[in-house]
Design a protein around this ligand. Structure first.
Ligand code: EPU
Length: 339
């Protein structure tokens, strides 16, 4: 195992934050993973952070332990039934490339999740979602390595306890498992979901008459590119906050004061508010102090224009949380993992 020391993490986090890891290593197979854990245990390096694409993380300080990059690769068709393909993708595969692969093979279902940054292995942790689809809708099971017992375990969809940007891997099992592969149950016949967001309108503008997975994916890509900054150009981690879920009574009372406030039905009769709208109303959209800012086209996205530090971005997020609370009485929760 190659254990590097004092490695810059700048190119390993999509925020482009300059910070460093005391140790850094990677693995691309199960034997390497075992060997790495044995070596880390022998060297008494107990603080560990598994990194996928680094697209949902904000580093606020140097990492004192070992950052481990998951480089497991491969995609294979593991089973087939009358109406579905079961496709396994290894954790280190890039998410968007995997979606493109599925579209090419006519494995349907993931097209609305085009262009989401990050790797396959991180996708279940926060149950990535966009335009009316979440991966929980297509995830069959996943294989995760228990870092305590050093055994591989299977998690069914139900065992992952998915919720809105939530799973067991983000809370009770945080840091305990390394997700190694994810098997998706994808459809043989397409069932396109285009009613959400601006997809229908985008398809019309594109002049699409015959609906295909590629067309839906292209529409999603156009919408995302028009609203969200490309992390290769402006550092960011997508939505920085979750959309808050409140009781419908709270929503109704906000609505009497703010008739324009957007709200979407959520589970158990609750309402999901649009954090981007709340933040914009507080005047943050387009705000910039130094190199830390709130993106001008989507207030839910915090950005690093160059050399912002982790604490700069974190402080900005705290100021936003405080002002949204003062104005609306709503506490925004960060979606991005903070280290
Ligand atoms: N809005 C504003 N101002 C803003 C941003 C949004 O008023 O600056 C309003 C919009 O006008 C709209 C509502 O908020 O009425 C919702 O906006 P949008 O459709 O852009 O989606 P979102 O709720 O802000 C969520 C996801 C995105 C995902 C989109 C599309 C979360 C935290 N974010 O954003 O996911 O792409 O829906 O499905 O749920 C991500 O998680 O990183 C991410 C980008």
């Amino acid at each position: 195992m190659l254990l590097q020391e004092n490695i810059s993490l700048r190119r390993y986090n999509s925020f482009g934050i300059e910070t460093s890891a005391r140790y850094f290593s990677s693995f691309s197979g199960p034997e390497e993973l075992h060997a790495m854990y044995d070596a880390l245990n022998r060297k008494n390096i107990h603080e560990r952070l598994i990194l996928g694409g680094g697209s949902n993380i904000l580093f606020t300080k140097n990492f004192d332990g070992c950052v481990i990059k998951n480089e497991l690769k491969g995609i294979d068709l593991v089973n087939e039934t009358g109406d579905a393909y079961f496709v396994r993708a290894y954790a280190g595969e890039n998410w968007h490339s995997f979606v493109m692969y599925c579209i090419g093979k006519q494995y349907y279902g993931l097209e609305n999740l085009s262009l989401i940054p990050g790797n396959v292995g991180a996708s279940p942790i926060q149950n990535i979602g966009a335009y009316g689809v979440e991966i929980k809708d297509f995830l069959h099971q996943l294989e995760a390595w228990n870092t305590e017992t050093q055994e591989m375990e299977i998690f069914t969809n139900a065992a992952c306890k998915f919720g809105y940007r939530e799973s067991v891997f983000k809370n009770i099992y945080k840091g305990k498992y390394i997700i190694c592969s994810v098997t998706f149950r994808l459809l043989k016949e397409p069932r396109f979901i285009i009613s959400y967001g601006a997809i229908e309108k985008e398809l019309e503008e594109m002049g699409v008459t015959a609906l295909t997975a590629k067309a839906v994916s292209d529409a999603v890509i156009h919408i995302r590119e028009s609203k969200l900054p490309d992390p290769a150009i402006i550092g960011n981690a997508g939505s920085f906050f979750k959309n808050p879920v409140v009781s419908s009574a709270v929503y109704e009372s906000l609505k009497t004061k703010y008739p324009q406030i957007p709200g979407y039905p959520a589970n158990e009769g609750n309402t999901k508010l649009a954090a981007g709208w709340l933040i914009e109303q507080c005047g943050w959209k387009g705000y910039r102090k130094g190199d830390a800012g709130c993106f001008e086209k989507q207030a839910l996205v915090l950005v690093n224009y160059g050399h912002a530090s982790g604490p700069d971005i974190y402080q900005l997020s705290q100021n936003i949380i405080n002002s949204v609370f003062d104005r609306f009485g709503i506490i925004l929760e960060r979606e991005v993992n903070i280290y």
